[in-house]
Design a binder for this molecule. Structure first.
Ligand code: 0O2
Length: 216
């Protein structure tokens, strides 16, 4: 790439990221509105807290390279759907499905993909509900549909995933350490899920909010 190409790419990349930031903002505002209204209606906040992150250029480049794509604006748009990411931590499993279902039914957004790792956990023990939404963002050049990946999970799923992620990240040059803890982590993921179900059943007895099946 010539110097001019690099300057043009970084300008286009900055504009692209601006769109993803806008999309992330749109979806988190929708989630905040739902959480507030739910609290007013049912005296319970389904969302414990949220985290938002933009994927770094290094991580975008790594993902494209892993799938044999070049680092171009067109390749990012066509292949990387988690440039903008929101993690929604809920108190109970019912909250995960209720909030995901209320967001998914909104008429201005589309669902591009759903991966339910709560019903079908990964072999590692990882649980979360992943949904990629496409949301219109009104830019100076007009409206553009932009994807956002939302990971819905309970606090205990998040607690588990943070430790497991840290273990793998800190052990990139020591795979034996990951293997040594794999069984413990799988067992802990199952134990935490059992606790999530037990506490949810107590909570169901206290709060009479509609569950996701009733919201569809
Ligand atoms: P980051 O920094 O968290 O964004 P791909 O997206 O292509 O890598 P895939 O199969 O399309 O893979 O996506 P998947 O597995 O549905 O979701 C990937 C993201 O989910 C990961 O993001 C993690 O955030 C999370 N995740 C998936 N599996 C695990 C797991 O076993 N343990 C933990 N702790 N997290 C997991 P990234 O891209 O790794 O990075």
């Amino acid at each position: 790439r010539s110097e001019e190409d690099v300057v043009q790419f970084s300008r286009d990349f900055e504009n692209l990221m601006q769109g993803y930031r806008g999309a992330m903002h749109e979806i988190s505002t929708k989630l905040e509105i739902l959480d507030d209204e739910y609290q007013t209606r049912y005296s319970h906040n389904p969302i414990h807290h949220m985290e938002r992150r933009m994927k770094s250029v290094k991580s975008i480049a790594g993902k494209l390279a892993a799938h044999h794509h070049a680092l171009t604006i067109a390749d990012i748009e066509a292949n990387v759907f988690d440039v903008a990411g929101i993690r929604v931590m809920c108190n109970y499993i019912d909250d995960v499905y209720a909030i995901a279902s209320m967001l998914s039914r909104q008429s201005d957004i589309r669902i591009l993909e759903v991966k339910d790792y709560i019903k079908h956990p990964k072999e590692s023990g990882y649980r979360s509900l992943h949904v990629i939404y496409s949301v219109p963002v009104f830019l100076t050049t007009g409206a553009k549909d932009i994807p956002v990946e939302v990971q819905f999970r309970t606090i205990s799923m998040d607690y588990w995933a943070s430790l497991e992620h840290r273990l793998r990240y800190k052990s990139s040059s020591d795979p034996e350490r990951v293997a040594r803890h794999a069984q413990t982590l799988q067992d802990a993921a199952r134990d935490l899920y059992d606790i999530d179900v037990k506490l949810q059943n107590v909570h169901r007895d206290l709060v009479s909010a509609p569950r996701a099946a009733e919201l569809e």
